[in-house]
Design a protein around this ligand. Structure first.
Ligand SMILES: [Zn+2]
Length: 281
């Protein structure tokens, strides 16, 4: 069985039942085994060996949960001083810490971007250990948002449809993807995105796996679908190219073969999981 998608492991015990009790959370910050996540340049700090860095609890604005018995906290994220490249950063991260990185990253960034009530405009307050914000003026409660994205393989006659964007590394092809719109099911979003980007109809949409993607708060929903034709009509404003690949070509790319027809997405991308599971099926 191929590995689980990066970022999607168990992570911490999030201890939801404690979030409504600020006194109990304050007590946890004083425990000897309590730690606070270190941040550097606007992201959780990554030490040698790809593990997250921890320090003494100072600013415990966010209660992340328990690592075993040990309470874990985070300060609010300071804005990045410079833009960072996501993929090289992920390449050096230990997969065991990836789920916690994703949770802390999305949560802290959400706070920095949602300080005011979307309903009445008043400044809101952090409540529930940092897992929501409450408005003192109109009592609205605001929760960290998750943005669903569908990412899919379309199959026709034993071949897979993959595309590439112009800014990707040379030769890389990957699954098509797009945001789910309001009032839309996952299945409908898959059908629409493939039609928009590649001009073909798909059906029999099946869910395969999911992955949080904390840049800033996406949930990648990976699917497989069957195409009714191989005749593509590519939307070049979205894709530089899209084409069909045989099982042998996909296998060669995933193996990193020297004569591979294309470059596969990295292990941190759920598109890679989709390709590996298709090969294994
Ligand atoms: Zn309000």
């Amino acid at each position: 069985m191929p590995p689980e998608p990066f970022f999607s492991g168990p992570g911490l015990d999030r201890a939801d039942a404690l979030r409504g009790y600020p006194d109990k959370i304050a007590e946890l910050t004083r425990r000897g085994d309590a730690r606070e996540l270190a941040w550097r340049d606007g992201i959780p700090a990554i030490a040698e060996g790809g593990r997250l860095e921890w320090q003494e609890v100072g600013d415990a604005a966010l209660f992340l949960g328990f690592d075993g018995e040990a309470p874990r906290f985070s300060a609010l994220a300071e804005p990045a001083t410079q833009p960072f490249a996501v993929m090289p950063l992920l390449a050096q991260m230990h997969e065991a810490d990836a789920p916690l990185f994703a949770a802390a990253m999305s949560l802290a960034r959400w706070h920095s971007r949602h300080r005011f009530c979307a309903n009445c405009g008043q400044a809101t307050e952090i409540v529930r250990g940092g897992w929501s914000r409450s408005c003192p003026a109109c009592s609205a409660e605001h929760f960290p948002r998750v943005d669903p994205v569908v990412i899919m393989l379309a199959e026709y006659d034993g071949k897979l449809l993959l595309g590439r964007q112009s800014h990707w590394p040379e030769g890389r092809y990957s699954a098509l993807a797009g945001f789910v719109e309001v009032g839309e099911s996952v299945e409908a979003a898959v059908v629409r995105e493939v039609k928009e980007e590649a001009g073909i109809d798909v059906s029999n949409v099946r869910y395969v796996a999911s992955q949080p993607w904390p840049f800033p708060s996406s949930l990648m929903i990976a699917c497989h679908a069957e195409a009714s034709t191989a005749d593509l009509k590519i939307d070049t404003t979205e894709l530089e190219d899209a084409r069909w690949f045989t099982r042998d070509e996909v296998q060669g790319a995933v193996d990193g073969a020297e004569d591979a027809t294309f470059g596969a997405p990295p292990r941190t991308a759920i598109a890679r999981t989709l390709l590996e599971r298709w090969l294994g099926a």
